[in-house]
Design a protein around this ligand. Structure first.
Ligand SMILES: [Cu+2]
Length: 479
């Protein structure tokens, strides 16, 4: 009798464990949104990896990885409400040297709604928008499983207690309660929507942003209900660029970018992270130099990046961004002027072999004809050996920035006729997660004429830029 009682208990507990397992895994399986975002903060390049908190808020781990030229010192990180004072957000200091050394800090965003991950270097305060989803209500069937299971166990244990077994009618009554409770739990689990494991329930609808701060930034904690697209502004973004009044060649200057909607004039603050940045900014000078940087958001619709113009003259600015909703991916162009002599552009070398950053780079651009795909490739060697330790940057092995011919015949960064383009390496990463010796792009030049190309890879945490001049032949009719 006693042995049979124990056996029954074991069987029932095993059954309960099986029933409860899907409920437990439904919570453990909460998807977490992890995003990387590049920040050109002052003269530093930082890659942030942000793990969004769970629904309802909580721990917000951020990994800071310094790249580029290491400037000793530290930055402070905090999680604040939009526009909030970082000093009130429990700022955490993080060393940003040496390059390639990741540091993790645990911030806290303890409630649903809009947040900002703030990174400050003492001069500039970068604010990366983040949405923490509201907790989803627990469905009724989950409660049925939980209550049924607990009640079943309690009733069974009570029924098997020696004092109760001495009173058979009470024991039978408790046994019946246990049976009914377990039946309810099992039935609820079996008839749960979509079977098991439980689907992640839809979160409460995110509030529709009002005013300037649309605040998604692609950093949403998942799951999150989509914001209805019809409520999103969807026009082209107008970018206005300005520097301080004394922007001079060779002197660092802060370039301030203000974003407005071309159709409504409203501040644009609904950029989402794409290719690991809110804005990919190409700044091209009159001498044909390229700076590919990632401005930091300092306020709704305002981005700042420090540049060091190598010469005077007029600089073309190309801002690649992606808006939430229908705005989609777009490039806005503008310009700014720098005091000082503007040298005439000297075209970069054409395809072929060159030395760059201690490597030998063999650039191939076979048969560049307008309107046809051209495979642009670069093969890297160092001391005769293939280079296979190129690091992914912005989620891929290499980037190609190009500027087409303007009215004057050559690429001109401040001529709207000079078409801007950006291509991505198509070769997969190697087994170690690195790239090389070859990177390649499938590029279609839409127009004949002289193009400026800049091919960029990362090695030893530094960006290597290879400028190339390509003369594209006109499309000729078949003979
Ligand atoms: Cu970029």
């Amino acid at each position: 009798m006693r042995a049979r009682g124990h056996l029954g208990l074991v069987v029932l507990l095993a059954l309960l464990a099986a029933v409860l397992a899907p409920v437990a895994s439904a919570h453990e399986a909460l998807p977490t949104g992890v995003q990387r975002v590049e920040l050109s903060l002052g003269e530093r390049e930082l890659a942030l990896t942000i793990t969004a908190p769970p629904e309802g808020g909580g721990r917000l781990p951020v990994v800071v990885l310094p790249r580029g030229e290491a400037r000793p010192g530290e930055v402070t990180l905090a999680a604040v409400r939009p526009g909030g004072d970082p000093a009130a957000g429990g700022p955490v200091a993080v060393p940003v040297a040496p390059v390639g050394q990741p540091r993790e800090v645990a911030l806290t965003a303890d409630a649903p709604g809009e947040w900002e991950v703030v990174v400050a270097d003492g001069v500039t305060v970068a604010r990366v928008p983040l949405t923490v989803a509201a907790p989803a209500p627990t469905p009724g069937w989950v409660w049925a499983v939980r209550i049924g299971a607990v009640l079943g166990v309690v009733a069974l244990v009570a029924a098997l207690a020696p004092a109760v077994r001495a009173r058979p009618r009470l024991a039978v009554g408790l046994g019946a309660v246990a049976l009914v409770a377990v039946t309810v739990a099992v039935t609820a689990a079996i008839t749960a929507p979509g079977g098991t494991p439980a689907p992640a329930p839809a979160a409460a609808p995110a509030p529709i942003p009002t005013g300037g701060h649309a605040g998604h930034g692609g950093m949403a904690a998942m799951p999150m209900a989509p914001v209805p697209m019809a409520t999103m502004p969807s026009g082209a973004v107008v970018v206005t660029a300005r520097t301080g009044p004394d922007a001079r060649a060779g002197v660092p200057t802060d370039l301030v970018l203000d974003l407005t909607d071309g159709s409504t004039g409203a501040v644009v603050d609904d950029l989402t992270i794409h290719d690991e940045a809110l804005i990919h900014l190409a700044v091209v000078g009159p001498a044909g130099d390229l700076a590919h940087v990632h401005p930091v958001r300092t306020a709704p619709g305002r981005y700042v990046v420090r540049v060091v113009p190598p010469t005077g003259g007029r600089f073309g600015v190309f801002a690649e961004m992606e808006r939430a909703g229908e705005g989609g991916h777009q490039v806005a162009r503008t310009a700014f002027a720098v005091t000082g002599p503007a040298p005439a552009a000297v075209p970069a070398p054409g395809p072929g072999v060159r030395e760059v950053d201690g490597m030998r780079a063999d650039v191939a651009v076979p048969d560049a004809v307008a309107g046809r795909p051209t495979r642009v490739s670069v093969t890297f060697t160092k001391a005769g050996a293939p280079v296979t330790d190129l690091q992914g940057w912005l989620g891929m092995g290499a980037h190609l920035v190009q500027l087409g011919p303007g009215v004057g015949g050559g690429p001109d960064p401040v001529d709207p006729a000079s078409a801007f383009g950006h291509g991505h390496d198509t070769t997969p990463a190697g087994p170690a997660g690195t790239y090389g010796p070859q990177v390649a792009f499938d590029q279609t030049f839409t127009r004949a004429g002289r193009h400026a190309l800049w091919i960029q890879v990362q090695r030893d945490w530094r960006i290597v830029t290879i400028p190339v001049t390509v003369d594209v032949a006109p499309e000729s009719p078949a003979p």
